[in-house]
Design a binder for this molecule. Structure first.
Ligand SMILES: [Zn+2]
Length: 270
C-alpha cells in the first residue's frame, strides 16, 4: 500500500475510533460477493483487511451470507472454504434472505455494534453511505480500498462535537454543582436547645455550700500566720520592721522604687 493511502486510512480509522468508539480488533462483516472476489483474484483477504484498517481484525459472516455461498458451492468452492474460517454472525433470519438485506438489517440505522462492512455490492455500499459511522471496504482491480468518510458520518461527527460543546440543561446541571445548597448550609446558625441559661433563676445554695462559703470568709488562722511571716521576711530584707502595716509598707516601697505609678492603693500616712 502506498504511503499516501496508508496515511489517509490511518486518519480515517482514528476518526472512527475517536468520534464513534471503534476498537481493535475491528469486526468486519464480509459478504458473499467479497468472498467470491477474494478467491477469484487470489487476494489474501484477512491480511488485506488488517493492512487497510491498520490494526487487528475479526472477520465475520452472517448466516444468510454463508447460505448464499452454499447455494453456489459448485462454482465457488474456495469462497465457501474462506467463509467457513470466519466467525458466524447470528442474524436470526429464520428463512435466509439476500445478503444485502441481511447486512442492512444487522447494521440497522446506527451501526451500534460498530461493524466495518466489506462488500462488493454497489447497491449495499450506496445504502450504507447514508448511515453514519459505517466504514466500507471494497476491492477494485485487486486493490482493497477503504471508502472516504461519508457525508452522513461527517454530519454525525459534527453533531457529537456540538453536543459536547453545548451540553443540554440537565447535563449542565450535572456538571456544575448546585451553588445554593453548597454555600448556604455553612451559614446556617445553630439554634441552642433548651432555655437560655442567662434567663434562668439561680439555684438556692445548699446548706453545705453555706458552710464552705463561711469558711472562706474567715480564713484559717494558720494561713494568716504564714502570710505574716512572709511579709516579715520581706520587711527584714528591706530593713522595715512593721508587721502590722505590712501590706501598706510594701505598696509604698513599690511606688518608691518603681518611680511612676498609677496605683490607687491606700496612701501611707505622711
Ligand atoms: Zn441474515
Amino acid at each position: 500500500m502506498r504511503q499516501k493511502r496508508a496515511k489517509a486510512y490511518r486518519k480515517l480509522m482514528s476518526l472512527y475510533s475517536m468520534s464513534f468508539g471503534f476498537r481493535q480488533p475491528y469486526q468486519v462483516l464480509v459478504d458473499s460477493h467479497m468472498c467470491k472476489e477474494a478467491t477469484v483474484h487470489k487476494i489474501e483477504l484477512v491480511k488485506q483487511l488488517g493492512s487497510v484498517l491498520q490494526g487487528t481484525v475479526k472477520p465475520l459472516i452472517t448466516q444468510c451470507s454463508i447460505q448464499e455461498l452454499y447455494d453456489q458451492e459448485k462454482d465457488h468452492k474456495f469462497a465457501v472454504e474462506l467463509a467457513k474460517t470466519f466467525e458466524r454472525r447470528r442474524c436470526n433470519h429464520r428463512q435466509p434472505i439476500p445478503g444485502d438485506e441481511c447486512l442492512t438489517s444487522v447494521v440497522g440505522d446506527t451501526n451500534k455494534h460498530r461493524y466495518v462492512i466489506a462488500t462488493q455490492s454497489p447497491g449495499l455500499r450506496q445504502h450504507l453511505r447514508a448511515i453514519p459511522a459505517v466504514p466500507i471496504i471494497h476491492v477494485n482491480r485487486s486493490v482493497t480500498i477503504l471508502e472516504p468518510v461519508s457525508d452522513a458520518t461527517l454530519r454525525a461527527k459534527a453533531l457529537e462535537e456540538d453536543k459536547a460543546l453545548h451540553p443540554t440543561k440537565p447535563e449542565a446541571a450535572k456538571l456544575t454543582p448546585t451553588t445554593s445548597a453548597a454555600t448556604e448550609l455553612p451559614r446556617k446558625k445553630k439554634v441552642p436547645k433548651g432555655p437560655n441559661p442567662l434567663s434562668m433563676k439561680k439555684k438556692k445554695p445548699k446548706p453545705e455550700e453555706n458552710v464552705s462559703a463561711a469558711k472562706s470568709e474567715f480564713p484559717d488562722p494558720t494561713a494568716q500566720v504564714g502570710e505574716k511571716r512572709r511579709w516579715q521576711d520581706d520587711d527584714q530584707e528591706e530593713g522595715a520592721m512593721s508587721t502590722k502595716e505590712g501590706s501598706t509598707h510594701k505598696r509604698k516601697r513599690r511606688r518608691k522604687h518603681g518611680g511612676q505609678s498609677s496605683s490607687t492603693g491606700q496612701d501611707p500616712v505622711d
